[in-house]
Design a protein around this ligand. Structure first.
Ligand SMILES: *Cc1c(COP(=O)(O)O)cnc(C)c1O
Length: 397
């Protein structure tokens, strides 16, 4: 959102990823500086008073604002095509901050059943204590979404593509549903990033990220961000300033460097993932592959329209039970056995006993998390070596 006289007015994504938000200090540094300061000084007592009252904009304390964090916020807002962004200490802090800022007792959330596990903990365990109820619906059952929206519904919360089965949810269709209600549509855009999908352009009101994943891209830092309209972000800032789950300047700097290569990375992740998914689909030990890049996936056409590539995460069922899935995982030697994703390093995990281990058997069945399911977040290693590693895994069966 740049004014016509700004050099970045009408600039394209790759330029924004490298340039947006940077303000140089008087040292004239070329790369972004890290401002590791908790507070800021004022020239006079009157200047301090004006800064504190908000009459003069500027930094007061790093729980409120910090120049490195602000650069990150402006850059991610530019990439998402948003008016404003607010950085948080983690992806979960981003989700909590929206809820604390925008909801009150008696309000209601409608949430996709296929969201990050801890998101459901925030809704079910903590918000519930304060009188906010959540209805969970099957991700692509639009009749159920519509039926669940009531007069007190304030948020619709969705993640697309979903984890780990890559369900693709029609953002534009959900945006139409909320048009006639006082609810806002929140999209967790962690799996696609703005390089592949821009939910605000499709009608969403708020986008959140776990910056920990692809925005960093190299598994170094935990962070999050909320983007959307300036008024809404002002509410979120109000909560963050008081409660304090803000982003550290060092992490903001790491994420800034991550953003500069974002599109190149997520396109390379997507290319590797598609090739791996097609290869897995041919293997006799594999029962089924879940990846929206495959023509056989029910969300393929929608993903092709809503996203510019299919992303780096896929999952597959091996023939057998938990024992067989564990054998495959344990026989790989390059992939990292960890639940993180969005990293240059490929990760492999058994959802039923890790990321989704807290779900009851019934909830696992409803979410499609079977015991023979394996998730792979495909990294940037040479695809030949990744295939060889999974071939080693599958040959253990
Ligand atoms: C990891 C993740 C989160 C939580 O983010 P943290 O940075 O770990 O707090 C939320 N949503 C999705 C889709 C994630 O993958």
């Amino acid at each position: 959102m740049f004014e016509p006289d700004d050099p970045l007015f009408n600039a394209h994504l790759d330029t924004l990823a490298v340039r947006a938000g940077q303000v140089r200090s008087h040292e004239g540094e070329h790369s972004e500086a890290i401002y590791t300061t908790s507070s800021y000084v004022f020239d006079t007592a009157a200047a301090a008073a004006a800064r504190f009252s908000g009459e003069h904009p500027g930094n007061v304390y790093s729980r409120y604002t910090n120049p490195t964090v602000r650069t990150f916020e402006e850059r991610i807002a530019a990439l998402e095509g948003a008016e404003a962004a607010v950085a948080t200490s983690s992806g979960m802090a981003a989700i909590l901050s929206i809820c604390m800022a925008l909801l009150q007792s008696g309000d209601h959330i409608v949430c996709s059943r296929s969201v990050f596990g801890t998101t459901t903990v925030i809704f079910n365990k903590f918000l519930k204590k304060f009188g906010v109820e959540t209805t969970f619906v099957a991700a692509t059952d639009y009749t159920a979404w519509e039926a669940a929206i009531g007069d007190n519904t304030k948020l619709l919360f969705v993640e697309t593509p979903s984890n780990p089965l890559c369900d693709v949810i029609d953002i534009g269709r959900l945006a139409k549903l909320v048009e006639h209600h006082s609810a806002q549509l929140v999209v967790d855009n962690c799996f696609c990033t703005p390089a592949l999908q821009r939910p605000l352009e499709l009608g969403a009101d708020i986008v959140i990220h776990s910056a920990t994943k692809y925005l960093d891209g190299q598994g170094r830092c935990v962070g999050g961000v909320v983007v959307g309209k300036r008024d809404t972000m002002a509410e979120v800032i109000g909560f963050l300033r008081s409660a304090g789950p803000t982003m550290s300047p060092f992490n903001a700097w790491v994420f800034l460097k991550g953003l500069e290569t974002l599109r190149l990375r997520v396109e390379a992740h997507s290319k590797n993932a598609l090739e791996l998914a097609e290869w897995l689909d041919q293997q006799p030990q594999v029962e089924k592959v879940f990846y929206a890049g495959l023509k056989s996936h029910p969300g393929h056409a929608l993903a092709a329209q809503q996203q510019s590539a299919f992303g780096g995460v896929l999952s597959f069922k091996v023939k057998g039970q938990r024992e067989q899935a564990w054998q495959v995982i344990d026989a790989t030697r390059i992939m990292s056995l960890t639940a993180n994703l969005g990293d240059t390093k490929t990760t492999i995990v058994h959802p039923a006993t890790t990321t989704h281990g807290r779900l009851s058997q019934q909830e696992k069945i409803e979410a499609g998390i079977s015991d023979n399911l394996i998730r792979v977040a495909v990294g940037l290693e040479d695809i030949r070596d990744l295939k060889a590693d999974l071939a080693r895994g599958l040959s253990a069966l």
